[in-house]
Design a protein around this ligand. Sequence first.
Ligand code: UD1
Length: 420
Amino acid sequence: MDKLLIEGGHRLQGEARMSGAKNAALPILCAALLSREPLTLTNVPQLNDIGTMLKLLSQMGVAVQQDGSTVTLDASGLNNPVAPYEMVKTMRASILVLGPLVARCGEARVSLPGGCAIGARPVDQHIKGLASMGADVSVEHGYVVARTTRLRGARLFTDMVTVTGTENLMMAATLAEGETVIENAAREPEIVDLANCLVSMGARISGAGSDVIRIQGVDRLHGATHRIMPDRIETGTYLCAAAATGGEIRLTGTSAAYLDAVVDKLMDAGCDIRTEKSPSFEAIVLRAPERLKAVSIRTSPYPAFPTDMQAQFMAINTVADGTAVIRETIFENRFMHAVELARLGADIRIDGNTAVVQGVAQLDGATVMATDLRASAGLIIAGLVANGETLIERIYHLDRGYEHIEQKLTALGATVRRVS
Ligand code: UD1
């Protein structure tokens, strides 16, 4: 199993290009199921999660053509509306095929994802929404089984803000009869990107990006070409890595537009951040102070501070000046990186969903274990600032969500090597 060996103590400096967003690409790949005509996507990141989704779609009868970051999906031969447990268990986002399959085929059998390292993560809201749209939904032998002749538009209210839940129901509603209104919808930029793609396929959607989304169902969707938005979490991760090492970096292929909460906190920590903008180009430039000030955060649905950046901010706080309080309100078990950071000498106390991080003068390299995707990112940041060598085990988590991470970090001056 691959591990990552980091020699700490090098300032990150230079330029890196950010990739397309994993969390936008995954639902948008599933949108291809809604049409008999090809959907071409550009700026698709090459990641293990994307590979898993493409495999799942081809197993359903979707023809997939991939040329670097361009992917064309042709679902005219869709014949097997099933997502088996073996695939869903490796990637929870597989549940995103459920809405499109029911809408297009009138049936779907999708394995329940089960829990994952960061929490129970049920999909009851996805099921409840489809049932409200007239699908006959049951759970049989660990599978969500849904059937309908045609979905009917409905007024949907989700009990909590759910990103993939909103995406699943929005996709399902595009082919339903009549109007669907999703209230308490998630407002993440990835939902807007999905809505933009669906609209270019002929869907009638308004309100994406607000907490009420209206969808007028149409009889069919057509082919389209769509560019996946930049990855705001990858961008935030590199900003944190530069901030923690006292570095100075310029990130291209990305946008600060979706990063307000993260940029604000990095500025509170003492970083100087500016954007370079022209109609066709945007870059983010960060210059960090020698030592960061501690910054407290509280995770919440967009536009508040993202849970997917919590581990990275815990990492930068371990060596900051002062004490930070970190509250995780989205997932119940998302502090597993704290014990690993402690192995590097971090001073972190956990009480329920709150972590209190007392900055220390220096971390010392050690062997640590990655427990989930964003935890891995937090450990890398800590490894970059620690004295000596840090060996991160189980980096397969990292390969699910960070494209070419060693190359990008190396180009920025880090000493990072994959070892098996
Ligand atoms: C998505 C992101 C993930 C991010 C998360 C929160 C993708 C592919 N993944 O995950 O990176 O960390 O949003 O920003 O976009 N919940 C229920 N019932 C449901 C659905 C959700 O109880 O039917 C709960 C979850 O357990 C969690 C909370 O709602 O506590 C939010 O989860 P949700 O927004 O659905 O996360 P994902 O869409 O799975």
